[in-house]
Design a protein around this ligand. Structure first.
Ligand SMILES: *Cc1c(COP(=O)(O)O)cnc(C)c1O
Length: 457
């Protein structure tokens, strides 16, 4: 065991390292200049027989591990969805690791169980969601959506829990939906062929009229539509499906409506962007990711459902008639998902929400949206470039006019320069550059450097 005094000494040293890293993260290239296998080849093939001094471990961390990192904390990390932790989130994570509890049932850690409910209640208010939405934390949006699909199946086909699916349950989402919807259908046993990809309109939003038609066609063929997943903030372009109209269709046919707002949901913290969540109050379930746009270190995904009794029925192995709920306020969270053990994720979110406050969080999110608008103006002002999709939030899809090849070269040039990381997507068969703002330290000056590089390359 590490002597307590040694723990204290290295703890202080590491917090100093962490503070320096966050203050000077711009000094690192965003993407490391390494090749596959490079780290593996530099590490011993087996673990040591006898323990090593901390000095040696930390030296290797600094000299071998850090140079091989892609710095998601870098303010010019603008690929995928730019995420960032934040000071309070990192400190909360350290304490959660220190306490190291497993709150599968209330009594295995009452405070961890209750803090999860309290923080998700706070977040529900920040997002303007109905009070009856019950919240539970999972690791990722993929896991949240998996639980949504399992609950949807439980609601419509409760026999499937015992007997497996009959291959006739049909799930709907748009052709722009995240692959986690497909994976959920595969994992739950719905079958990939039973996921219907509804076409989108010119702005990449699901067409409710075509959803209605697809449902009618499946019902006429004797299949059982059971779930529709609407996306608020699609992964490619952050388009927002017309949730109110999709909710009408779902209600008409008795389908479970799950809303995937993993990234864009947080925009609702800003009063002027509340409307991104229009209609979500009618959803059966919803996922938003504080680890995406609420400055909480990965991983923490918030799942909400207005029908927690269905979610519990889908996952509990305690038969209803044997349930002992000595106190309705003592939740056993293991009954609300497939995992038994659960780590104390809510602590870091509680730290972040308290340290920023709603207005503090809203100011940062609004500034990201404002910076994206500014970037759009720069692109529009340069005749060689074009905007490739509407940019309602903090993600901009743009490209050099003309063929894909120069766009590919430009992407490789900026990413290999170490200055910034952008990603790409395909829209209407064309390669599109994608710039996503979401890091707590990103400034307009960072974006100006990126734009200067792009237009002068
Ligand atoms: C990022 C994202 C996901 C996947 O999130 P994970 O937490 O990595 O599983 C799913 N849906 C949407 C819309 C996303 O933006």
């Amino acid at each position: 065991m590490m002597p307590h005094e040694e723990f204290r000494r290295f703890g202080h040293e590491l917090v100093d390292w962490m503070a320096d890293y966050l203050a000077h993260v711009r000094d690192h290239p965003v993407l490391p200049k390494v090749h596959p296998g490079e780290l593996t080849d530099r590490l011993p093939p087996s673990a040591p027989e006898e323990g090593e001094p901390m000095e040696a471990i930390l030296r290797d961390f600094r000299e071998l591990i850090v140079p091989g990192m892609t710095h998601w904390n870098h303010p010019r990390f603008l690929g995928y969805f730019a995420v960032s932790g934040s000071g309070p989130g990192i400190l909360g994570e350290m304490l959660a690791a220190t306490l190291n509890v497993n709150h599968m049932v209330w009594k295995t850690s009452p405070a961890a169980t209750e803090l999860e409910q309290v923080t998700l209640g706070w977040l529900r208010q920040w997002l303007g969601l109905p009070e009856e939405f019950f919240g539970v934390i999972y690791d990722t949006a993929s896991t949240s959506t998996l639980h949504a699909v399992a609950a949807a199946r439980e609601a419509i086909a409760p026999e499937a829990r015992l007997q497996g699916g009959d291959g006739r349950l049909i799930l709907y989402c748009s052709e722009q939906a995240h692959s986690s919807v497909d994976k959920a259908a595969i994992t739950v046993g719905i079958g990939h062929e039973n996921v219907r990809k509804i076409p989108t309109d010119a702005e990449f939003r699901m067409r409710p009229d075509l959803l209605e038609q697809a449902i009618a066609k499946d019902m006429a063929a004797g299949a059982r539509p059971f779930c529709v997943v609407a996306t608020v903030g699609t992964t490619s372009t952050t388009s927002i499906d017309p949730v109110p109209r999709i909710a009408d269709v779902a209600a008409r046919h008795g389908l479970w409506l799950h809303v995937d707002a993993a990234y864009a949901g947080m925009a609702a913290i800003v009063p002027e962007f509340r409307q991104v969540m229009a209609g979500v109050d009618r959803a059966d379930s919803l996922v938003v990711n504080p680890h995406k746009w609420l400055f909480t270190p990965v991983d923490l995904s918030a799942f909400y459902t207005r029908r927690p009794e269905i979610l519990r029925r889908a996952f509990t192995l305690v038969p209803e008639y044997l349930r002992t709920e000595p106190d309705p306020r003592a939740l056993n969270l293991m009954d609300y998902g497939f995992q038994l053990g659960r780590r104390f994720r809510s602590l870091k979110l509680w730290f972040v929400m308290r340290q920023l406050g709603r207005q503090g969080a809203a100011r940062i999110i609004a500034s990201h949206i404002a910076m994206a608008r500014e970037f759009v103006r720069w692109v529009e002002a340069d005749a060689r470039f074009e905007i490739a999709a509407p940019a309602p939030l903090s993600v901009v899809c743009f490209r050099l006019k003309g063929p894909d090849e120069p766009n590919q070269r430009l992407l490789e040039a900026i990413n290999s320069s170490g200055l910034a990381l952008l990603s790409s997507t395909t829209l209407e068969g064309r390669l599109v550059l994608r710039l996503a703002i979401g890091n707590i330290q990103t400034s307009l000056d960072d974006l100006r450097q990126v734009w200067d590089f792009l237009r002068s390359s």
